[in-house]
Structures are given as C-alpha cells and as structure tokens.
Design a protein around this ligand. Structure first.
Ligand code: UTP
Length: 282
C-alpha cells in the first residue's frame, strides 16, 4: 500500500503578479498550452501513487471545483466529434481520484493554508504541491515520486530544493545542513526569504513537500511573521531542530509559473516538447 495517499494543494493566494488575469480566476487555473497548472500538479501526484487531492481554495473556488468535475453538457456536445479526445486526460483523473476542498478564509500565508488542510488530511504523512511551481523530469519519474522514495527510507519531512545563485535566493526559504550524499541534506536550519548576504546557502525550497502530521502542531505553535503571515519554513525549522527534516536536490526541471518570465519559459518548453512528440507520431 502506498505510504503517501493524500496531496494538499494550497491554492488560495491572491496571485497578484498575474493581475488582471487572476482577478476572477485562481492563478492555478492559468494554462500552460491547454492544461491548467493545477492539472499538471494533480498528474504528478497521481504518478506518485496518490489518489486523494485536498485543495485549499479562497476566492474563485468554483473554477477549480468545476474543472475536476464532469461537465455533462460539454461532454454531450463534443461526443463523437474529433475533439472528444481532448477531455480524455481530465476524465481519467476525475475517475481515478477523490477531490476534497476547504477554504482558507484569510490569506495568512502558506503555513496557515497548510494548517487549514488538517481536516482533509487527518493524522497521516502527506504531500504538498504548489501548482505554480511546475516540475517536469524528462529523464524519469516526477519530483513527488522521487521524494516519496526518500520519505520511505527516512520517515521524516522532506523538502525539495534547488540551487539558486545570486540575489534571487532572497525570494525563497533557504536551508542549511550536512550533506548525506550528493542529493540529500540533513537540515539543521532554515530561514524564510533571507537577505542575500545572510542566506545560509544557495539551496532554495521549491513547491514540493512531504510532511509528517506533527507539522500541524508545529504550525499552530508558529507565530505570525511579516504581514501577519504564518510561514511553513518556520514550522519546518522547528521540526528539523526537534527531529529530522531532509532537503532533496531533485532531478528535473522546475518553472516558477507564479511570475511572468517563468510562465513564458514553461509555455515555450512544453510547446517544444509537444512539437517533438507530434513529429515522432507522424
Ligand atoms: P505565493 O507566494 O506565490 O503568493 O504563494 P500568491 O498570493 O499565490 O501570489 P502573488 O505573490 O500575489 O503573485 C505560494 C503558494 O501558496 C499559496 C498560493 O496559492 C501559492 O500556491 N498560498 C499562499 C495560499 O494558499 N494561502 C496564502 O495565504 C498564501
């Protein structure tokens, strides 16, 4: 039986960097080619053996709920037409998975959003995907699959990290620790958005986590930081101090689709990939 059965998708942020597109629509519904960001995330979770998706929404929740539901009228309209296959992937996801939802009423940060998921997750380890971080591994399994393998060995929280050079590092949660091997670090400290000069390393946490359920208690004990936000980095830091947290340098590409540059880069990458696949089919 799979060790991780549920994946949490915090999707309640305002997405201000994508205004006005995100005025009435969550940023997780922005498409890369023809697929919304959150569907890429759900596909990555399914590939990792997960079948329950727990989505934290805020405003504009209907678009996400409707996307992961059957649209009888639309299905009826395109049945038997050349476009019917365009719904195959999403229909398969709807059949395979259970989708649950809860709302984050105030945008009090990622830590708070994850805590809101406690009712959907219960007392078991779970995955977290920030769908605006789009990951793809052209050489093998997805990032979440890779992380679950590590969780199964160490049985502690695991965060995905990427080397980020220069001042950019101050936009991320940053870890420091002791190398276990080329890809794994035993975390001894972590800090959210440090000044460039104070960053403890160049290892930035990206939007993939495996969390053990004691994280909920840690978040409850975490004090609000800047702007009244509760940071998941602070709760993880406490887990690392009291127990163990592992940072993992994943294999694959990651696009920060929360900003326009990353979004366009991802669009170009997946467009190129699709063209190459089409050529192979011809
Ligand atoms: P971001 O830091 O990208 O914030 O959140 P944002 O509000 O989505 O976007 P900008 O900065 O205004 O453009 C990282 C992830 O955490 C979720 C977001 O939905 C996103 O997936 N999040 C953040 C919440 O669910 N709740 C929050 O209170 C904050």
């Amino acid at each position: 039986m799979a060790s991780i059965k549920k994946c949490l998708f915090p999707a309640a942020g305002y997405g201000t960097r994508f205004l006005p597109a995100t005025k009435a629509m969550p940023k997780e519904m922005l498409p890369i080619l023809t697929k919304p960001l959150i569907q890429y995330g759900v596909e990555e979770a399914v590939e990792a053996g997960i079948d329950t998706m727990a989505i934290i929404t805020g405003r504009g929740k209907r678009a996400i709920e409707d996307h992961f539901d059957i649209s009888y009228e639309l299905e009826h309209q395109i049945k038997g037409s050349s476009k019917e296959h365009l719904l195959d992937d999403i229909r398969n996801l709807i059949e395979q998975c259970t989708f649950t939802y809860t709302r984050q009423k105030e945008m009090k940060g990622l830590g708070d959003a994850i805590l809101k998921g406690k009712v959907l997750i219960g007392n078991e380890p779970f995955a977290v995907i920030l769908a605006d971080d789009l990951c793809h591994n052209p050489k093998g399994t997805g990032v979440l699959s890779q992380m679950i393998k590590i969780y199964e060995k160490y049985r502690c929280s695991v965060v995905a990290v990427q080397e980020v050079d220069g001042e950019e590092i101050s936009k991320y949660g940053v870890v420091s620790g002791r190398n276990i091997d080329d890809t794994l670090i035993m975390v001894d400290d972590m800090v959210e958005k440090p000044a460039y000069e104070e960053a403890p390393s160049n290892l930035a946490i990206i939007g993939r986590y495996i969390l053990t359920p004691d994280i909920f208690q840690k978040i409850e004990e975490t004090e609000e930081g800047k702007g009244g936000e509760i940071q998941i980095t602070d709760a993880l830091r406490s887990q690392a101090k009291d127990g163990m947290v592992i940072a993992y340098k994943f294999e694959g590409k990651r696009f920060d689709c929360g900003n326009v540059d990353g979004f366009v880069e991802a669009t170009n990458y997946f467009y190129q990939k699709r063209k190459e696949e089409d050529l192979l089919e011809d």
